[in-house]
Design a protein around this ligand. Structure first.
Ligand SMILES: [Mg+2]
Length: 315
């Protein structure tokens, strides 16, 4: 996993830049039924007359960017393709309902590979009661999975990144850095499993719907993702070291990606359990007034290091 300092200004695909581009090209980002557009884990749309809002998310999983055939079995790639989308639904407190999967495979990926891929994918889909309702299949020079998931949350109740208030406590679920550790040579089986079979925190997300003020999933590393949550909420964040996965370094816990745990905020007065279904819930800091998006760790500025796909693009 490459680490770079996150610089929104220099990023040709930053959410802010694309939102602005779409606004200019379409004349407006306000379309019928759109409650929340680009910039959160999911878009929120409101079908007329429905008691539920729909949550929409899509994700790419690309060979040699997100996985390698030498280290990832097809079952694990299928699982992970869906887990990434489900984690975005979890972060907004939603219930996943339907998904679409487009898959490009390369020559050499035969029937056995494809069957195993779908076995992993459908194992998670069945468990989380998410129906695969369509997609596409093609040949390409590398494997590409494009997943789209649609979930639902009661009208107006989906969790968002922009809801944190000054004085809210910052929490994370689970232990961080396990996925980054799982990629390293000689990693333990449990760490490797953390990387290969991430667990979307769907029931925790729904539990938090009535309790948290803001939430997102940790896909790119705590330092970068907390920066994004703080930026969306227009606040600064102060934290201490997060809970570390056994064997993970402090750097992996702060900047390693793909843990797919939940990062959320709640009022100081709200009592939350120390664990939920066996997953620890840890208080790591507090939201403060200050420069929007600024994060400090033990009082010192914490750079938003994390994964940025566009650091070398100059076009
Ligand atoms: Mg996300």
């Amino acid at each position: 996993v490459q680490r770079v300092k996150y610089q929104q200004r220099d990023n040709p695909a930053s959410e802010g830049r694309l939102t602005e581009l779409f606004r200019v090209l379409t004349g407006s980002t306000v379309a019928s039924g759109v409650v929340l557009g680009i910039g959160d884990d999911c878009a929120i749309v409101r079908p007329r007359g429905s008691p539920d809002d729909l949550l929409l998310t899509s994700d790419l999983l690309i060979e040699n960017v997100h996985f390698r055939l030498s280290t990832h079995r097809p079952e694990d790639i299928g699982w992970k393709a869906l887990a990434r989308g489900l984690s975005d639904i979890a972060s907004m407190g939603g219930q996943p309902r339907w998904c679409l999967l487009s898959l490009a495979v390369k020559t050499g990926c035969g029937e056995r590979w494809i069957d195993a891929f779908y076995r992993g994918f459908l194992e998670l889909a069945r468990r989380e009661r998410t129906a695969l309702v369509g997609g596409d299949l093609a040949r390409a020079d590398k494997i590409v999975c494009d997943i789209m998931v649609c979930g639902a949350a009661p009208r107006g109740k989906a969790l968002r990144r922009d809801g944190a208030h000054t004085g809210d406590v910052i929490y994370v679920s689970g232990l961080l850095g396990g996925s980054a550790l799982g990629l390293s040579k000689g990693a333990t089986r449990t760490a490797r499993r953390r990387h290969l079979r991430p667990e979307p925190r769907l029931s925790l997300g729904r539990f938090l719907r009535q309790r948290a003020t803001a939430a997102m999933d940790l896909s790119d590393g705590l330092s970068l993702d907390l920066h994004r949550l703080a930026l969306a909420s227009g606040l600064a964040a102060e934290i201490t070291a997060p809970p570390q996965f056994p064997g993970a370094t402090r750097d992996q816990a702060l900047n390693g990606g793909e843990d797919y745990e939940l990062l959320f905020t709640a009022p100081l007065s709200r009592r939350l359990p120390a664990e939920f279904e066996g997953v620890p819930i840890t208080r790591i800091g507090m939201m403060r007034k200050g420069r929007a998006g600024a994060v400090t760790l033990d009082g010192a500025p914490l750079d938003p290091l994390g994964y940025d796909h566009f650091r070398n693009i100059c076009c």
